[in-house]
Write a protein that binds this ligand. Structure first.
Ligand code: ADQ
Length: 469
């Protein structure tokens, strides 16, 4: 067998620092066993980009970096990826910002990256592409005659057909998805949307094995809910708690990138409703919201920051006292071991996105709990994680009353019920950790038959017809 080649928008660091993030931990073993290569789709920006991948060797696997002009990177990443695809795939079609050069940049990046990847991969290599920034990559690789198996995993949600159609070139995008051998999604919800999109756009036919027949070939479809290094994260929390004192008041915690999909204002509305209806809890609990900045250059992200700051200020102004601050808001990232202890010492974990592929914070919160006295997870029905984590308190984040009721229920929940719910959540997670996720995806990808050269020829003809009209 050849190498495992991972392609994602960002590559891990060349020196191994910061490897603690989920994806690197998940794939490290598979990469080092098979002499792997991780290609970072768009990290370095320079006016004179190299037209070849720039290779670096690590003891565990190799890294290859791809370079782009700053302007092209901006239109591809902040533009098409995060001002068109991210809002559309999260159902926020009102936030889509369509500019003709965004789409051209997105396709150009995939074309260039494919050319550079084609120079290094062989027929026996297995290519695993990650996420919405790189959807057209298989299409471009096939056009160059690459016959390796190519799989794709979408980390974010896939919306229903009507919402998908808000993307101006949605048909092209659906066609690009169908060029993969294996398409992995987070949830059954997303999988059913994909099937419907393929049926409608490409006359795809669902087969008895759950895969789809499209243009005379079979595209393998699967649902692979991503997870975390459950035992490792639990260990971080246990060790951290041994050297840290618990907080003075029972705490509710929220940890999210400051993104409009995460439902932060809705969460604060729910908390405000709770405080106004349960004055007996004033002075007795506090909400810690950690929300580091992200994609600050996109306008929609500036708006969410000021909305959140306004709401936190309003709640503190209305309910706070000299001794008590109801909302503590931290606008920066924290080290993972600090985060693990903060989760462990929080009575309630608030995870209330409006739409989320999975949401790893929900899993981290559960993994970090003390099983003899665990906290309670409040989880949005719109987080992918809700499909697996039905022992959390499931809420509708759009309804502040529902969130307020869940906060009260969580704070008053007897120990026996907390333990029962936590045990069910933790034992599922322990079995379905991130190693399980990557192994399941790779097993399915390796079982796919390699691309048939006859099909590639047909693909080249279709391309020619499309180009010449
Ligand atoms: P994200 O949208 O980034 O990921 P999420 O799954 O919640 O969302 O992961 C966030 C990660 O960042 C967590 O590991 C969390 O601990 C960390 N993080 C958040 N705030 C932090 C802070 N202040 N300091 C330090 N770390 C912080 C996308 C999709 C998700 C999907 C993941 C993985 O949007 O739906 O679950 O990919 O597939």
């Amino acid at each position: 067998m050849g190498r495992l080649v991972i392609v994602s928008n960002r590559a891990p660091s060349v020196d191994g620092t910061g490897d603690s993030g989920g994806l690197v931990v998940a794939l490290k073993d598979a990469l080092s066993q098979q002499g792997g290569l991780w290609i970072g789709g768009a990290p370095k920006q320079t006016e004179t980009p190299s037209d070849e991948l720039v290779f670096h060797q690590r003891p565990d696997f190799d890294i290859a970096l791809f370079e782009l002009e700053p302007e092209l990177y901006r239109d591809y990443y902040l533009g098409y990826s995060n001002s068109v695809l991210w809002p559309a795939l999260h159902g926020r079609v009102d936030l889509i910002n369509v500019q003709p050069h965004f789409s051209a940049a997105y396709r150009e990046v995939a074309r260039r990256l494919a050319r550079q990847i084609a120079q290094t991969v062989t027929h026996d290599d297995v290519i695993w592409v990650h996420d919405y920034q790189l959807i057209p990559l298989a299409h471009e690789l096939r056009a160059l005659g690459v016959t390796s198996r190519i799989g794709f995993f979408l980390h974010i949600p896939l919306p229903d057909l009507q919402t998908f159609k808000a993307i101006p070139d949605w048909q092209d995008l659906a066609g690009c998805l169908a060029d993969y051998d294996l398409l992995g999604l987070q949830t059954q919800r997303d999988l059913s949307h994909l099937i419907n999109i393929f049926r409608h756009t490409l006359r795809g036919e669902l087969r008895a094995n759950g895969n789809m027949g499209i243009n005379g070939r079979e595209v393998v479809l699967g649902c692979f809910p991503i997870s975390i290094d459950v035992r490792g994260f639990r260990q971080l929390a246990v060790e951290g708690a041994a050297r840290t004192a618990p907080p003075p008041l029972p705490r509710l915690i929220g940890v999210d990138r400051l993104d409009y999909s995460k439902g932060l204002p809705h969460r604060l509305h729910g908390y405000e409703t709770f405080l106004s209806q349960a004055p007996e809890f004033c002075n007795k609990v506090a909400l810690l919201q950690i929300a580091p900045p992200t994609r600050d250059d996109v306008d929609a992200y500036k708006a969410i920051r000021s909305e959140l700051e306004h709401l936190a200020g309003r709640i503190n102004g209305s309910f706070g006292t000299v001794e008590w601050t109801p909302v503590q808001y931290i606008h920066r990232a924290l080290p993972r071991d600090d985060l693990a202890v903060l989760y462990r010492y929080s009575r309630v974990g608030l995870v209330t996105p409006l739409f989320d592929g999975m949401n790893l914070v929900a899993k981290e919160y559960v993994a970090a709990q003390d099983e003899s006295d665990p906290g309670v997870l409040i989880l949005s029905q719109f987080a992918g994680a809700a499909e697996e984590m039905s022992d959390a308190l499931i809420v509708n984040p759009h309804d502040p009353q529902d969130v307020a009721d869940a906060i009260k229920t969580a704070l008053q929940m007897p120990l026996a019920e907390r333990r029962k719910r936590h045990e069910a959540l933790y034992s599922h997670l322990e079995e379905h950790d991130v190693a399980h996720w990557s192994a399941a995806f790779l097993k399915r990808l390796l079982a796919v038959e390699k691309t048939d050269p006859v099909w590639l020829e047909r693909f080249a003809r279709l391309e020619l017809v499309a180009k010449t009209g």
